[in-house]
Design a protein around this ligand. Structure first.
Ligand code: NOJ
Length: 743
């Protein structure tokens, strides 16, 4: 009888058998206004190593706080803080612990830009899942990732954190990452909540300068910047982060249209939005708020539920409610959103992290295998003159030169979680274990990353002269990418270019290995190199995959997810630009207009021959689908993986479309002599429609092209299969019929 009474006395929100929404409503009903407001705040705990986010000293965190950025690697400490929240607060609401796990926690994977070059979403998802396990065991429930800002200006340091220039590719990798982090159920032991960031348009910061204003038309907002977010929301991403930038004058953090009308009302997102670090207070600098109180009011009303470290909500929300400027309904709804994520994560029922020894928590053999595989698939062979790679058996001595040859820390890339230099395999070490005694390796640094010191050049030239080939390892420091790390030029510092020019005098073949967080200007380096391998910032396990590519054990399969302009002056250059009014004109007088390497570029050690592409029909209606196929034969002598990219062009529409748009990609391994058929099912609603500036999708009858390899096939979207004459008239453009399709 007593036991029954105590079960009945247990509040509904603590009862696992109650439906989640009932638990949320029950809890919100019990909370005071002060308790509610605390749920809407996030503080930082510990030391933040990112100098852009100066951490406040948080010694006296209220146990009722909604969330903490946990800047520590100690799960025991995390559990102690959580115990305080569970035991010392009136209602025992668990704290949500967040951290920036962008490409791995301790097992650091390649930077996201590199991951996209693998064109292997399944592998990216697997890596995210493994990062989630390490993260959860560190005591972190929520990562501020994936970063899905489309960026077409590589001067911007944050291109490293995203998936490149294309909205479809970014959407695909966003979905893969969200699924990897969150799994099938957020409450499973190894799942963490994802946070889509930075919502939205941050990648458009003017001049590539971080935190700058961004001027984005409604049209490009919908067709370029929002699609990855919509895909991430559909994939179930638990949270989003509002961006620092403004969108044509309205800061994202105070943007009701974006945060409420689009995200919550239209896309039905029922999790919450956290502001970026200080983004609320920055509304003052952005010229839309006169003080912190007004800034808090604007961001809260716009739809930011959680205040990241600004304390604007804890300082002013109560006053704003008392003054009648903020309604209790909005407070309750916002609190419910935060609690919903905590319930979904299972934190009410299991608030503590499982603590295991560090040796079981991090760097498990399988994690390292996935890290190496992802690094391998993301490396891009940019140039291979006279098939100098893989290195032939005639090469007996290899000189390894450059600031990155023995470097470890910089291979981690920006935002490397709790990654440690000591875990990283250097390029030199990878080569040493791959080649053993088969190849005599010599090393000279030659120069450091930057500056004017050429004193190491002579030694470098000397070892190059004694070798049969020279591997020059150049690139960027990890601190040159990431937040507030813009560069005015995307060329490597002059000292690195000079080193190669001097090495060239030794007269030996030069293989350039590049490690960087953005596309580089290679117009002077490229002609001096016989081969170029882009390894990006590969994380802890780049040495062996690179060595495998050099030895031929690995056939490179990465393809660029971002265009490499020929020079900085060509920025922005991306494959899916709209066509020029005068395609024959508009050229630069002083430099070529073509970039050095287009999106999708990447070489292999084998050759792939595309057979004739075929369509299942040349006409379809809105309700039909069409299949297009292409056989691809491996005509070389080694096995290789080919990524087939399917592009659609819509030459005549009410609102002009980019010259071509990626709609599907697929990567498959093909054995020598084997032919594999790749196919793509075109769904008109999904693949032929496009948004207008209000996000309404238009699907217009007329001619379309599907491009694969260098083939371009035409087909026609018709009103119905019997009245094609009327449709042809529409295709000419005189009377295009636009229909709004379901969003
Ligand atoms: C600022 C960055 O813009 C954001 O990406 C990051 O998640 C937060 N700081 C928290 O560290």
């Amino acid at each position: 009888m007593l036991a029954v009474q105590s079960v009945q006395a247990q509040p509904a929100y603590k009862n696992q058998n109650e439906p989640m929404e009932h638990r949320i409503a029950d809890l919100v009903g019990r909370m005071t206004l002060e308790e509610k407001i605390l749920q809407l705040n996030q503080s930082a705990f510990g030391e933040n190593l990112n100098p852009n986010n100066r951490s406040e000293k948080v010694g006296d965190i209220p146990p009722e706080i909604g969330s903490l950025i946990f800047l520590s690697e100690d799960p025991v400490l995390r559990n102690e803080i959580q115990r305080r929240a569970m035991d010392k607060s009136r209602l025992g609401i668990p704290i949500l612990f967040g951290f920036d796990v962008i490409h791995g926690m301790r097992t650091v994977y390649p930077i996201p830009l590199a991951q996209a070059c693998s064109w292997n979403p399944a592998l990216v998802s697997q890596a995210a899942g493994m990062a989630a396990r390490e993260t959860k065991l560190t005591g972190i429930d929520w990562t501020f990732s994936p970063m899905i800002d489309i960026a077409r200006d590589p001067r911007w340091g944050r291109v490293a954190e995203g998936f490149g220039e294309d909205p479809y590719a970014a959407s695909a990798f966003c979905v893969a990452t969200v699924r990897g982090y969150q799994g099938t159920n957020l409450s499973k032991p190894n799942s963490i909540a994802a946070c889509l960031k930075h919502f939205a348009g941050y990648g458009m910061s003017e001049g590539g300068r971080d935190y700058h204003a961004s001027d984005i038309s409604a049209q490009s907002l919908w067709e370029t910047y929002l699609p990855p977010y919509e895909a991430g929301v559909k994939a179930g991403a638990a949270t989003l982060m509002s961006a620092f930038n403004d969108i044509s004058g309205v800061p994202a953090t105070a943007n009701h249209y974006l945060l409420t009308e689009v995200l919550k009302q239209r896309w039905g997102h029922d999790g919450f939005v956290v502001s970026d670090w200080n983004a609320i207070e920055q509304l003052i600098a952005q010229g839309v708020a006169k003080d912190r109180k007004q800034a808090g009011l604007k961001s809260f009303q716009a739809g930011v539920e959680m205040d990241m470290v600004d304390r604007a909500y804890s300082d002013y929300l109560k006053e704003l409610v008392d003054e009648g400027k903020v309604s209790m309904d909005l407070i309750n709804e916002s609190v419910a959103r935060v609690l919903r994520v905590k319930f979904r994560l299972g934190l009410f029922d299991q608030p503590y992290t499982t603590t295991v020894a560090e040796s079981e928590r991090y760097l498990q053999p399988v994690d390292k295998i996935v890290a190496a595989k992802l690094a391998e698939e993301s490396m891009v062979l940019l140039k291979n003159e006279k098939e100098i790679l893989p290195l032939s058996s005639k090469i007996k001595a290899l000189a390894i030169i450059g600031p990155l040859a023995k470097d470890k820390a910089n291979l981690l890339g920006c935002w490397s979680g709790n990654g440690k230099e000591q875990d990283v395999e250097s390029i030199f070490d990878g080569l040493a274990s791959e080649f053993g005694t088969r190849l005599k390796l010599s090393y000279a640094r030659g120069c450091v990353f930057d500056g004017e010191d050429e004193s190491g050049f002579d030694e470098a030239v000397a070892i190059a002269s004694r070798a049969d080939a020279v591997l020059v390892c150049l690139g960027e420091k990890k601190s040159w990418s990431g937040e507030n790390a813009s560069r005015s030029t995307i060329a490597l510092p002059v000292i690195q270019e000079k080193l190669v020019a001097r090495l060239k005098l030794a007269g030996k073949p030069i293989v350039l290995v590049l490690s960087n967080g953005r596309p580089l200007e290679l117009q002077r380096l490229e002609p001096m190199a016989n081969a170029i391998v882009e390894i990006w910032q590969p994380g802890i396990a780049g040495g062996t995959p690179l060595a495998g590519i050099l030895s031929g054990r690995v056939n490179p399969s990465g393809r660029l997810a971002i265009t490499f302009p020929l020079t900085t002056g060509q920025i922005p250059t991306y494959y899916n630009m709209r066509t020029s009014a005068r395609p024959w004109g508009g050229k630069y007088q002083d430099i070529p207009t073509e970039p050095l390497y287009w999106f999708g570029h990447g070489l292999s050690y084998t050759t792939f021959k595309y057979g004739k592409a075929t369509l299942s029909a040349d006409k379809l209606t809105r309700a039909q689908k069409l299949t297009v196929q292409v056989p691809v034969k491996n005509t070389g002598t080694v096995k290789g993986a080919e990524t087939v990219f399917w592009y659609i062009s819509d030459p005549v529409c009410s609102i002009s479309r980019p010259g071509k748009e990626l709609k599907f990609f697929q990567k498959k391994e093909i054995n020598p002599g084997e032919t594999v058929v790749f196919s793509f099912e075109i769904d008109p609603q999904r693949d032929l429609s496009y948004p207008d500036g209000k996000g309404k999708r238009l699907l217009e009858a007329g001619d379309f092209y599907i491009q694969v390899g260098n083939q371009k096939l035409t087909f026609e979207l018709v009103e119905n299969l019997r009245s094609t004459a009327a449709v042809s008239a529409a295709a000419i453009g005189s009377q295009i019929k636009a229909k709004t399709v379901k969003d």
